[in-house]
Design a protein around this ligand. Structure first.
Ligand code: GTP
Ligand code: MG
Length: 350
């Protein structure tokens, strides 16, 4: 069936925003459960909406699809800019689709990306095979807002994609700041992509990240770089031994791969599958997900509190004066914050 290349790209990389009116709850739920990509994209737009009315409908839709979610393999991928994350995901996605006959959804947590410049949209060329695959669904990071809000929307998008029948969810994040912790708290397997060389063998070996890892892959192990990658692999593997054994009993694996040639990519997926078997056997999956559920409950409470704060009329009225007073040293941040929080607990004027 001949199709217009550009149109498929458009269709496949669902841009955020662009509301074309809301559907009914039933239409969202049936469409998502039926694997309808257009409805899935619109349901994601609904959960990304900041409007309270959309928020209510989104919560109802999420409640309805929740029992159909949770079955996918959820994999988080991080790495410094240029490590090859997008190229890697393209190669991995093609392995899952071509060799395993499965479907894949690719999401991001990238709080820095503005609506038009989300890294994945900018990366279309890096995922050019997935971008035209019927069995891949690519959704860039929602625009704007701070990490908590962006991560919430990515997590809910993940649930929608699972309910729509995507067996594999890949969440990409750029290796800076707190976004890694957010991605780790919504995935079952966390992979760090590294680069060999430049005398920088300890890049990213921050304790916090190492403790989150399930595997580390030295990418770009091709051509002249192959030997260096092998050496780096040995060094990293040694370095990992210095860290205390992880609580879930899974020792992070260190491998090399080439996203460009796909060498090592099927083997990395085999590690993901072996990890899943390990978690199933030890009850680790249940433990990890219930820990995540508690984490998300806490996050949602904080987000909700913050939202009520931002929407509170008395707070909005009083805030400019207090900001001024604090910046001029006429009142303390402590006293000002107490006053503002006090306004939250008062019933709002009608
Ligand atoms: N030789 C070689 N080049 C690669 C490989 N993987 C990625 N590249 C190249 O490295 C560059 C960066 O790759 P990306 O996939 O865009 O990297 P990224 O980690 O997604 O980068 P950001 O989205 O900017 O964080 C591109 O020019 C790729 O073609 C690989 O395995 N081997
Ligand atoms: Mg990228």
């Amino acid at each position: 069936m001949p199709r217009c290349w550009g149109r498929i790209v458009q269709h496949n990389i669902a841009a955020p925003g662009g509301r074309r009116g809301r559907l009914s709850k039933g239409a969202y739920v049936d469409g998502v459960l039926g694997g309808n990509r257009m409805v899935l994209a619109r349901a994601i737009t609904l959960i990304e909406s900041e409007s309270p009315k959309d928020g209510e409908l989104a919560a109802e839709v999420l409640d309805a699809i929740l029992p159909h979610s949770g079955k996918a393999l959820r994999v988080g991928i991080t790495g410094v800019p240029g490590a090859g994350k997008s190229t890697f995901i393209d190669a991995l996605g093609m392995h899952l689709i071509r060799d395993r006959g499965e479907r894949i959804a690719v999401l991001t947590v990238d709080p820095s990306s503005p609506i038009s410049g989300g890294s994945i949209l900018g990366d279309k060329t890096r995922m050019e095979r997935l971008a035209v695959e019927e069995n891949a669904f690519i959704r860039p990071s929602p625009s704007g807002g701070h990490l908590g809000g962006v991560a919430r929307r990515t997590r809910e998008t993940m649930l929608l994609c699972e309910a729509a029948g995507y067996q594999n969810i890949i969440v990409e994040t750029v290796g800076v700041g707190q976004s890694e912790t957010a991605v780790r708290s919504m995935t079952d397997f966390f992979l760090l992509l590294m680069l060999a060389g430049a005398g920088d063998e300890l890049q990213g070996m921050k304790r916090g990240i190492i403790e989150m890892l399930d595997a580390m892959a030295i990418n770009k192990a091709d051509g002249d770089n192959k030997q260096r990658a092998d050496r780096a692999r040995a060094e990293y593997a040694n370095a990992l031994h210095l860290f205390p054994a992880p609580a879930d009993g899974w020792l992070p694996q260190v491998v090399t791969c080439s996203a460009l040639t796909s060498a090592g990519i099927p083997e990395i997926w085999d590690i993901v599958l072996a990890h899943r078997i390990h978690l199933d056997r030890t009850g680790g999956l249940q433990a990890r997900r219930s820990g995540q559920a508690l984490h998300w409950m806490r996050e949602l409470v904080y987000l909700g509190l913050e939202q009520s704060f931002r929407r509170n009329a008395e707070v909005a009225e009083r805030l400019p004066a207090l900001r001024k007073a604090v910046s001029e040293g006429k009142t303390t941040p402590f006293a000002a914050s107490r006053e503002l929080l006090g306004l939250l607990h008062k019933p709002e004027r009608g």
